[in-house]
Design a protein around this ligand. Structure first.
Ligand SMILES: Cc1ncc(C[n+]2csc(CCOP(=O)(O)OP(=O)(O)O)c2C)c(N)n1
Length: 277
């Protein structure tokens, strides 16, 4: 590992820590929210926003920008934290999470600079991202489209229609990232509606698939750098993650999919995450 590369990875780890700290800060301000799926996605969002996506925070509607859709919209606290860190919005907006008339709601709102799609009703992001990727092709533009999905979300049948369509259109400019934390709102995905054998299913649907540890920053960067995984297929990155990553009492528990954040809980979470970033 060259020192430049090592420094880049270390900086991205700091970005991810900053996102997690601001997730808890925002949720504490609101009194509650979705910490589980926000924190499982933090490393992926850090790598996307601070290494992969071509964006201009001072020109959010730049026509050539890459498009990112957070289809698992309930993780909006993490998206807002990334957008603030990237400079799309003021840091103070993070204290307006879920507040009356705030653009920083429980789910992404296109009123917020940098948000490409209002999401929240699960199962729609992939299809809209397919439209964006097709739009790039029709306009002969080379921007890329990335959509993040949840594993519980994949139980929505619309995802599988989208998976077929994207392969039919050979959308190599489209990437889906699955935040595979194995837990949905009220229990384990495998016990509700098992998705396995997941990689084989997507391959059978015509996608190029890779699997990584979604908290290993080097692995994330390598995978994103390797996109597209095939020249004539959409790419799926299956990122194995831990729900609530970073805070021991929230990790791997459906109880922390969405929960109250009292002063006490907040202090414990922040002390575990540690200072910095
Ligand atoms: C269509 C729809 N049904 C139900 C919900 C309520 N809901 C919000 S989050 C969630 C669980 C999603 O699980 P998963 O995709 O695994 O998210 P993650 O674990 O990454 O937070 C549900 C059912 C919703 N937002 N949209």
């Amino acid at each position: 590992m060259t020192s430049n590369y090592a420094a880049r990875i270390e900086a991205l780890r700091d970005d991810a820590l900053g996102i997690r700290r601001n997730v808890w800060r925002a949720l504490h301000g609101a009194g509650s929210g979705h910490m589980g799926g926000s924190c499982s996605a933090a490393d992926l969002l850090a790598a996307l926003y601070f290494n992969h996506l071509r964006l201009r925070p001072d020109e959010p509607d730049w026509p050539e920008r890459d498009r990112f859709v957070l289809s698992k919209g309930h993780a909006n606290a993490a998206l807002g934290a990334a957008l603030a860190r990237a400079g799309f919005i003021e840091d103070g907006v993070l204290d307006q999470f879920y507040a009356y008339q705030s653009s920083f709601g429980m789910h992404p709102d296109i009123k917020m600079p940098g948000v490409e799609m209002s999401t929240g009703g699960l199962g729609h992001g992939l299809s809209v991202a397919i439209g964006m990727a097709l739009g790039a092709r029709m306009q002969t533009k080379d921007f890329r489209t990335v959509v993040m999905l949840g594993d519980g979300e994949l139980q929505e049948g619309s995802n599988w229609e989208g998976a077929m369509a994207a392969a039919q259109f050979k959308l190599a400019n489209l990437t889906a990232i699955l935040d595979y934390n194995k837990i949905q709102q009220s229990g384990a995905v495998a016990e509700m509606q098992d998705l396995e054998p997941l990689a084989d299913k997507w391959r059978a649907f015509g996608w190029a698939v890779r699997e990584i540890d979604g908290h290993d920053m080097e692995a994330i960067v390598e995978a994103l750098d390797a996109l597209p995984f095939a020249t004539d297929k959409p790419s799926l990155l299956i990122a194995h993650t831990i729900k609530g990553k970073g805070v021991s009492f929230a990790e791997g528990s459906f109880l922390w999919h969405n929960n109250l954040v009292t002063d006490d809980v907040y202090e414990k979470a922040m002390s575990e995450l540690g200072d910095g970033a």
